[in-house]
Design a protein around this ligand. Structure first.
Ligand SMILES: Cc1cc2nc3c(=O)[nH]c(=O)nc-3n(C[C@H](O)[C@H](O)[C@H](O)COP(=O)(O)OP(=O)(O)OC[C@H]3O[C@@H](n4cnc5c(N)ncnc54)[C@H](O)[C@@H]3O)c2cc1C
Length: 408
């Protein structure tokens, strides 16, 4: 038998690492604090699991040193990932923007095949095993909350980050890593809904539109995305918002003032919209301005827009001043709100920040501080965009650690 490896955390990265280490001849124990593995995996991709992305590149990743990610992503790339899962039974189905799902469109399929493989390979899976301490004497000693302890030659720490703490990843892994000598960069939620300042949100809660949103800091655009945007009672949500939220949260974390500009109409410039509105209002001069906006924007937005601009809703379209038309055109193409915060860890899909990647060997995922300790997945200061990139990181880093930890 090869060396004995303990994998701490049965999420995406931990399961991958355990399977690969076992296939490469090690004796592997996988410890998971929950009563079953892969709780978070089941919720991914709205229950469909967007497990990778055909267009994965370094540009989809963030962290203090994104070059760290390259080696693992090359070693176990998207093709190898698809092939790996295909061998386990997952037929890939590609949707828009290169997102890959199991053809069953069930996240549970991913978990089922991983669990099958863990068992088939003979990984010793121990659930209800909450690791509270790890230290190294000659061997590593791993202590559980219930008093049990284990010893092993190598440890793979795969405890995840802080996002969705009910899944078991509640940040406790950072304490384990710190105690072993690692440093943790600033952490904050990534891919999360944003809270905005203003009193329109109760009224517009649930209004959805295809538009563009941009994050602004000191008047400069720093992130932008387009797609289905949703106003909520606290602010704003939808895939483009999640995608750009990281940049906002990074600055909010430093107490900076951050703004979001929302284009409810993003197919015309403000000037083009003004010209269009003048023509539109000329065609319906006796309608009230409230009536004259029906069919252009969601009806539930009309009164909040007019109120925001101090325009009397009873004014007729034929009587409205050009300066009010300009105000409407400006607001609909760029409505500014101050960002006051985000929906927090409970709603976030990923953790930005984590174990400092300068302290980890990018080719093996082994700690540069403690020999025989490997760190994988979201616990590291690596986070990806929405679209399958975070799971790809979990698979790639887990694979690389599994292979390398199995070498004696
Ligand atoms: C709602 C939601 C949807 C998502 N959808 C997608 C998607 O479609 N595509 C995508 O690429 N990414 C998605 N993500 C992100 C992705 O799921 C994570 O980045 C990925 O699961 C991280 O894998 P991990 O193994 O590092 O950590 P996790 O999956 O968080 O696993 C860590 C495991 O360690 C266990 N653990 C923690 N501490 C201990 C301890 N002390 N002792 C024992 N066990 C411990 C936890 O219980 C958990 O099972 C989504 C995230 C969320 C929250």
């Amino acid at each position: 038998m090869g060396n004995r490896i303990i994998v701490v955390g049965g999420g995406a990265a931990g399961m991958m690492a355990a399977i690969v280490a076992k296939r490469n001849g090690s004796d592997v124990i996988l410890l998971e604090r929950n009563d079953r593995v892969g709780k978070k995996l089941l919720t991914t991709g709205n229950g469909r699991c967007n497990y990778t992305n055909l267009y994965t590149s370094l540009n989809n990743y963030h962290g203090e040193d994104t070059s760290f990610i390259e080696d693992a992503l090359c070693e176990f790339n998207v093709n190898k990932t698809i092939e790996f899962f295909e061998k386990l039974g997952i037929t890939p189905a590609t949707e828009d923007n290169g997102k890959v799902y199991p053809l069953s469109f069930q996240a549970s399929s991913m978990l089922d095949v991983l669990r099958y493989e863990l068992e088939y390979q003979g990984v010793q899976l121990i659930t209800d095993a909450y690791v509270v301490d790890i230290y190294k004497k000659k061997k590593f000693i791993v202590k559980l909350k219930d008093g049990r302890d284990f010893s092993c030659d190598k440890i793979i720490l795969a405890t995840g980050g802080m996002a969705m703490p009910v899944s078991g990843s509640d940040g406790n892994g950072y304490s384990l890593a710190k105690k072993l000598g690692h440093t943790i960069t600033d952490i904050f939620p990534g891919l999360v809904q944003l809270k905005l300042e203003g009193n329109i949100f109760k009224q517009v809660n649930g209004v959805k539109f295809v538009g563009t949103a941009g994050i602004y800091h000191k008047g400069k655009l720093i992130a932008k995305d387009r797609g289905d945007i949703l106003f909520t009672d606290y602010g704003i949500s939808g895939p483009p918002i999640l995608q750009i939220s990281r940049r906002a949260n990074e600055l909010l974390n430093k107490n900076e003032t951050v703004e979001i500009k929302v284009s409810i109409i993003d197919t015309k410039s403000a000037e083009e919209l003004k010209v269009y509105l003048i023509k539109r209002f000329n065609n319906m001069p006796i309608k009230t301005i409230e009536e004259a906006l029906i069919g252009l924007i969601n009806k539930r937005l009309i009164l909040p827009v007019l109120k925001e601009l101090n325009i009397d809703k009873k004014n007729t379209a034929g009587n409205i001043d050009e300066k009010d038309i300009i105000k409407i055109a400006n607001l609909l193409t760029s409505w500014s709100f101050k960002i006051t915060g985000n929906k927090g860890w409970g709603q976030a899909q990923v953790t930005a920040g984590g174990v400092n990647t300068n302290e980890v060997n990018s080719k093996t995922m082994e700690s540069k501080i403690v020999e025989g300790l490997y760190l994988v997945g979201e616990i590291l200061d690596v986070d990806g965009d929405c679209g399958g990139f975070n799971l790809q990181w979990a698979w790639s880093s887990g694979y690389v650690a599994g292979i390398n930890a199995a070498k004696s």
